[in-house]
Design a protein around this ligand. Structure first.
Ligand SMILES: Nc1nc2c(ncn2[C@@H]2O[C@H](COP(=O)(O)OP(=O)(O)OP(=O)(O)O)[C@@H](O)[C@H]2O)c(=O)[nH]1
Ligand SMILES: [Zn+2]
Length: 292
């Protein structure tokens, strides 16, 4: 039978199967046969050992489309990052850090600004201009007034999406509205896990409808960009790319070089100043970290 690993804990894997059941499986022999460790998100072939108790063994891990490191999950189609348009004011530096880590891992990101009911039109316009002009899909929602949630449902459909955002932006409110089943499923799995007595937070995928999975990630308040050369940073500011052809120097980092296409685009207001300033800050951060 085929299914998807939705959670892994203490040597047990929980497989959501196509008939909408959850099997508790071990992965006996997999490492020996395939030399890989199962990962949440993996599509697998299982042998059913006990149909009633829903116990099985993972026999084959099907080929992975990709593999994220943070959070550890495979076969991710996209990320959905949620910030509040107001209350709290969106920390765009944090948002840019998130976008960079996803660009580096080659995962497309959709940006959602929630709490539009308490944000001014001018702020919304500014956010749309800043991120829409980079090429990101931007969605505005109000979980409180059930606005924009169909847009979220539509972008999630038939995909596996990692959902992230800082605390207090309304991420849980949104997830509860689009996936009321998410809580229930946690219940079923935690019942089985009780025996393992593990209480740490583990990454878990929720099936919100057929072929549609989300992974809710814990709220974050800071995000370090690591394992990155400062010269590499510009590659993850995707809006720079079309202007880089105009730079006189190859490998131009768009800071102090003369005849820089990116700086020229900035002067002409074709690149967001907020984004460029965050670029400078992050570049400095990477440069200074190198000293240690
Ligand atoms: N005005 C307004 N308030 C909202 C909206 N969505 C959520 N809230 C409120 O914002 C607060 C935080 O919402 P949560 O859904 O708990 O936010 P969260 O992002 O999951 O935060 P954590 O649980 O801390 O990770 C709650 O008081 C919600 O009622 C919205 O669209 N508009
Ligand atoms: Zn340049």
């Amino acid at each position: 039978m085929q299914g998807k690993i939705v959670k892994g804990i203490a040597g047990f894997y929980y497989i959501h199967t196509q008939d909408d059941a959850v099997y508790e499986c071990k992965a006996k022999g997999i490492f020996r046969n395939q030399k890989i460790k199962p990962l949440v998100g993996d599509n697998v072939e299982i042998a059913v050992l006990d149909r009633e108790k829903k116990i099985g063994n993972i026999e084959v891990i099907l080929p992975r489309k990709n593999e994220l490191i943070r959070p550890a999950v495979s076969n991710v189609d996209q990320a959905l990052v949620i910030f509040a348009a107001a209350k709290p004011e969106p920390n765009l530096n944090l948002l840019d850090r998130f976008l960079i880590t996803m660009e580096k891992q080659n995962v497309e990101t959709v940006v959602c600004f929630n709490k539009t009911d308490v944000a001014s039109e001018a702020v919304k316009e500014h956010l749309l201009k800043t991120y829409g002009s980079c090429g990101y899909k931007v969605i505005f929602t109000s979980a409180l007034f059930d606005k924009g949630l169909d847009c979220i449902r539509a972008i999630l459909k038939d995909k596996t999406t990692v959902v992230a955002g800082p605390s207090g932006v309304g991420k849980s409110s949104i997830i509860n509205l689009i996936a009321p089943c998410a809580n229930m499923e946690t219940g079923v799995i935690s019942e089985k896990i009780e025996r393992g007595k593990h209480t740490t937070r583990h990454s878990q995928l929720f099936c919100i409808e057929k072929n549609t999975y989300i992974m809710d990630t814990p709220g974050f308040s800071s995000l370090y960009i690591d394992k990155m050369e400062k010269e590499e940073l510009k590659d993850y500011f995707i809006e720079f790319q079309p202007f880089e052809e105009e730079c006189r120097f190859t490998g131009c980092v768009h800071i102090n070089e003369p005849d820089c296409g990116v700086k020229e685009a900035l002067q002409k207001d074709r690149i967001s100043r907020d984004r460029y300033e965050n670029y400078l800050l992050l570049y400095e951060e990477l440069k200074n970290r190198k000293k240690y």
